[in-house]
Write a protein that binds this ligand. Structure first.
Ligand code: RB5
Length: 161
């Protein structure tokens, strides 16, 4: 057993909850398979068919599960990722990052310690999306000055809640 600090991010975090609306359903299904192939335990928060649903409902479910600690990380997918990221970031303690390339996905962990990754099902193809999720999972939060900045975000949450 490796010590905690020398384990990779993907070895440290094992439970991931994933949710989408109808616009993100196909990509959610593909990402769920990708995560299982990589050995993660995946909880599917829905939606499970392509009837029209409201993305805030699924953003709330995934975000609350992460905040409660029942999952370490969350992934959200809607058509663009925009609505899901707006909704999830309303929950104090959630740092939801909408990303469209590998650099952003890596930075979302290294600098922002994003606990929810958000993707656009009508923006990304499956392979690209898996690459982004992999970059986020394999990256490590750098702490230091970045933690000080996250502390300022936490202070903002307290001020306005
Ligand atoms: C649903 O049509 C669409 O608005 C939603 O998936 C998302 O893109 C919102 O931001």
């Amino acid at each position: 057993m490796q010590p905690f600090y020398s384990r990779s991010f993907s070895e440290t975090f094992e439970m991931i909850i994933i949710g989408s609306d109808h616009g993100g359903l196909a990509l959610k299904t593909a990402l769920s398979s990708y995560l299982k192939r990589r050995g993660f335990e995946v909880t599917d928060a829905g939606t499970n068919d392509d009837s029209s649903v409201d993305y805030p409902d699924f953003g709330q479910k995934v975000a609350e599960t992460v905040i409660e600690g029942a999952a370490e990380l969350g992934i959200l997918v809607c058509g663009t990722g925009i609505g899901m990221s707006i909704a999830a970031n309303k929950i104090p303690g959630i740092r939801a990052a909408l990303v469209t390339d590998v650099f952003m996905a890596r930075m979302a962990k290294e600098h922002n310690n994003a606990n929810v990754l958000v993707l656009g099902g009508r923006v990304l193809d499956e392979q690209n999306a898996c690459d982004l999720v992999g970059a986020w999972l394999d990256a490590t939060f750098e702490g230091g000055r970045h933690q000080m900045r996250l502390d300022k975000i936490t202070a903002l949450e307290k001020k306005y809640s």
